[in-house]
Design a protein around this ligand. Structure first.
Ligand SMILES: [Zn+2]
Length: 187
């Protein structure tokens, strides 16, 4: 019983793109926990999950599974449907690919915003760090603590800004590339 797959470009989002899939899985795990991730993987693999077969197919208690699917549908990442079978009708849920793509895009844009803020902070400020625990402090924070790490008493050193900036820039370009790939799918 496989649902026919439509050929619209926007339906072919996530599962073919390993990096995008990883973001999606993180997102779903973060919001819906491991059972949510199980449901997502099942739907990606099989095209849908049936309420009547939830426990048999996924091992998730049907109440819990239903509650999660309901929440997912409020977030527009799954849509309900019905599937006729030989002996009746199954109430099924399918992934809403455009909704998934929007959710992933939103997640990426938020992450990018945070990194960009971090980058402009790093680029515009002297930052101190603890060589022992790696915690980072502004000049003011370091000054107030007499340039001693409040966590472990280690002497703070001025951080190698170039390295931090490079790492942030790399992360931002990686996110930008993902965003471009996802936006291209919409065309
Ligand atoms: Zn420390």
């Amino acid at each position: 019983m496989k649902l026919s797959k439509t050929a619209r470009a926007e339906d072919t989002l996530v599962e073919e793109d390993g990096e995008v899939l990883e973001v999606l899985e993180d997102l779903v795990r973060g919001v819906y926990g491991e059972p949510g991730l199980k449901l997502l993987r099942f739907m990606l693999e099989h095209g849908y999950v049936a309420e009547e077969l939830l426990t048999r197919d996924t091992g998730i208690k049907s109440n819990e599974g239903r509650r999660i699917l309901q929440k997912m549908s409020e977030e527009n990442i799954v849509v309900p449907g019905k599937l006729r079978t030989g002996d009746g009708v199954l109430h099924i849920w399918r992934l809403n690919k455009p909704g998934l793509r929007s959710a992933v895009l939103m997640r990426l844009r938020k992450a990018r915003e945070k990194l960009a803020a971090r980058l402009s902070f790093e680029a515009g400020n002297i930052v101190y760090e603890c060589p022992r625990c790696g915690k980072r402090y502004t000049l003011d924070e370091a000054y107030v603590n007499d340039f001693i790490c409040p966590s472990d008493g280690e002497v703070l050193v001025e951080s190698n800004k170039g390295e931090a900036v490079r790492v942030l820039q790399e992360s931002i370009s990686r996110i930008d590339a993902l965003i471009r790939r996802l936006e291209r799918v919409r065309e």
